[in-house]
Design a protein around this ligand. Structure first.
Ligand SMILES: O=C(O)COP(=O)(O)O
Ligand SMILES: [Mg+2]
Length: 234
């Protein structure tokens, strides 16, 4: 499936959208890069590249920290240092949250177009909620969302369907009426498991895999293009 190709019939009747954060609205890898290397410096570990970190983002902070530590330590070594590393990482991340991150093209225009089309909006991210809320506010995106769930807001995070199903319940809408939009297989798998239609963007982080290999209902170049496809069917 090429970018800009969408199975448009699945968007008929859509009343709400669930938007992912990292890799979909904001290019946050530069923030991750600074925070991870700040943590690594405290452990006397050499800095790693932003490209390496890009491959590790998507499955929440715990997974990220374990993956980063595993570059230098065996499983027991990772677990021994995990708690201290998480503390250091969170401290570094909160100190710079948003400072090096940028919006992708047409994010605001896309969210505004979805709102104008009468869609209700939720943000579901695997980022901890304590990082996600101030970041959305700083980038002037918070006003678009009625609901924000972070990776630690509920007992399960994406690719589990729980946060998506929770949004459907909150909005009192059947999953078929709530489209999920994200940059990675986590978003697509969560949506498939929840029975929500799902669109992906090709510019984010997908664990080093092409988004074209991820099962979705279509790839959109921007959130604005997503809004246009949804509007055409409603
Ligand atoms: O922080 C992560 O692991 C990824 O966050 P996302 O779900 O917003 O892409
Ligand atoms: Mg993402």
């Amino acid at each position: 499936m090429v970018a800009g190709t969408v199975k448009q019939h699945v968007l008929a009747g859509v009343r709400a959208a669930i938007i992912d954060l990292d890799g979909t609205m904001l290019d946050t890898v530069p923030d991750f890069h600074v925070a991870i290397n700040g943590m690594r410096a405290e452990f006397d570990l050499a800095p790693i590249s932003a490209e390496a970190i890009k491959l590790m983002v998507g499955k929440g902070s715990e997974n990220l920290i374990r993956t980063v530590l595993a570059l230098d330590f065996d499983t027991a070594g990772v677990e021994q240092r995990f708690e201290q590393a998480m503390d250091a990482y969170q401290r570094h991340y909160l100190a710079i949250n948003g400072q090096f991150s940028t919006l992708y093209p047409d994010v605001e225009a896309g969210l505004a177009a979805m709102k104008a089309a009468g869609l209700r909006l939720a943000c579901v991210t695997n980022k901890p909620i304590a990082f996600a809320l101030p970041l959305l506010k700083q980038k002037n995106l918070d006003g678009y969302f009625e609901i924000v769930y972070g990776g630690d807001s509920l007992p399960q995070k994406k690719p589990h369907p729980m946060p998506l199903l929770q949004v459907c319940a909150d909005f009192d809408l059947a999953p078929a009426k709530v489209v999920a939009i994200g940059d990675s297989s986590n978003d697509a798998q969560a949506a498939r498991a929840a029975a929500c239609p799902v669109l992906t963007v090709p510019y984010g982080y997908n664990h080093g895999h092409s988004i074209h290999d991820t099962d979705s209902d279509g790839i959109v170049n921007t959130l604005l293009e997503a809004a246009q496809f949804i509007s055409m069917q409603n």
